[in-house]
Each structure stands twice: as C-alpha cells, then as structure tokens.
Write a new protein. Structure first.
Length: 150
C-alpha cells in the first residue's frame, strides 16, 4: 500500500493522505501520531525552498538538461527509496528533505527557459507554467482520494 501512496503522494495532497500514511507507519511504530506525520508538509516546503536557491545558482553553471537529469534522477530515486521505508524518520528524510531539495533544484528550469524563448511575455508564460502546477495539484487531490478510499 505504501508504494501506491508514494506514487500519488505529491506534496500538495499530503493533507488528504496523511491519515493513511500515519496508519501505515503506526503498524511499525506505535509512537507515530498525526502530529508527527504533519511535519512532512512544512519540512518538504522548506527543503524545496532551499533547493530553489541551489537550483537558481546551478542554472548559471549547468546546462538545463544536465540539471534536470541530476535533479530529476535524485527526485525519482528518493521517492522510490522512501516508498519502501517502514521507519518514519528515514521516510521523513528521504521524502521531505531529499525530495524537497531535488524538486527545488529543477523547479525554476521551465521558467528560465520560457523567459528565454518569450522575453516579452514573461508574466504570461510564467503564469501558465505555475497555474499548470496548481491545476495538477487540484486534480491529484480528488484522484488520490478516489483511488485510496473509494
């Protein structure tokens, strides 16, 4: 069940699946509470914010393909590793810290490339890119609830 939740457990829907993830980790450790698992969301956002700073600096030194390959590879690998964790604190490290930082390093790449191709419409293309991300979160929110708890 954990691997399935990991497939759909992108950060914006954490509030929907936190109950299921808490019950999963309580199988292995009775001391895990909802209070503990709610740490995942703010820690992931903080890690992503740090990763965005790192990613902005890396864009000056790495080709976007290289940065995307490295950041995306670490992102996918850390999601894979976290999906097999039964220890909540290892899960918290891989899912919140490593996923957050790697996601942050690749977050600005589409914006930089769009700004380079459409220099006179930076606001419009930036808005489209960021709105797509938000719409994806909304769709996944409803889809995740329907899949996990029909």
């Amino acid at each position: 069940m954990s691997w399935f939740l990991q497939l759909i457990a992108i950060v914006p829907i954490w509030g929907n699946i936190v109950v299921y993830m808490t019950s999963y980790f309580r199988i292995y450790n009775d001391s895990i509470t909802m209070h503990s698992t709610f740490l995942v969301f703010p820690l992931t956002l903080a890690s992503a914010a740090l990763g965005m700073q790192l990613g902005s600096v890396l864009m000056d030194y790495l080709h976007p393909r290289v940065q995307l390959t490295l950041g995306g590879g670490i992102y996918v690998l850390s999601l894979f590793v976290s999906s097999y964790q039964t220890n909540f604190y290892l899960y918290l490290f891989f899912y919140s810290v490593v996923v957050g930082v790697s996601y942050g390093t690749i977050y600005m790449i589409p914006l930089k490339l769009a700004y380079a191709y459409y220099p006179s419409n930076k606001g419009q293309v930036g808005g489209i890119i960021l709105a797509s991300s938000s719409i994806g979160a909304i769709v996944w929110t409803f889809l995740s609830v329907g899949l996990v708890n029909p």
